[in-house]
Design a protein around this ligand. Sequence first.
Ligand SMILES: [Mn+2]
Length: 274
Amino acid sequence: MQRGVEIHWCTDGSSQHPALPTARFAGYAIVLDTCIDDAQRIQFAKQYRYLNELPPSWIPAVCSRTQGEQDILRSEMMAIFEIVDNIGRGTIHVDCSVAINNFQTMMSASHPSGFMRCEHLDLLSRAWDIRDRNFCQLVKVKAHQKIQSIDAIDNDLERFWAMGNQAANDLAIAAATRLYPSLAKELDSRATDILEQRRRLHQAFQLDLDLQLFRAKLTPPTVSATGAAWSKQQMVEAFKIWRPTNPISFGSFSTDFLGDAIWGRECSIMTLNW
Ligand SMILES: [Mn+2]
């Protein structure tokens, strides 16, 4: 690239099954804008409305699996970090304002304590160490998820950067799912399992809630003077007439040692007869 030419990057991070911490997997991507000026960008943005295809001016620069925690924010921040670490120049168009804030907080800090509360501190600390050779600017771009369609953006240049964000998003998803596909497949099936287990657990709780309605409709048992559902006498009566449905037969056995029982011979014989 010629000296003096402005460099523009679009970055994005993507996590599959982001709500499942034990099954999610993430990737990130960087695309480089090779347009020479805004006139050309506007032209591509206008063409997009008719062709509905991303122009070849977006060059995939980097795509990889996210290292460490597999969340979206870390993926977004890793993409930015790669540019800061390897190039240190250019305007980076990012759709995640938290990621932008974290890097800006780090750059404007006078001491690491100024950004120690930011998430993914490890990336920020590494960027802090090389801050003297980092001249990148971060710009917020409209996220592909938050707009119905890129076509709906009226401003041509805004639409152009949203197109770049889309290109980076597509590449980030491809990185997460296609680099090491057997792992992605395993995590996919784990996600399916977890969702199925959650559905069953939800059903069990739902059943319990539904049963409460029926329990409420039942006539309550007679309450004794002590407040217990059954009085002591009622329990005794119930035990006296209780017989097992299928009695177990022990056959013939000796009662020689019943006298050694802890309650004595007489009590043991009564229990045996009962
Ligand atoms: Mn994003």
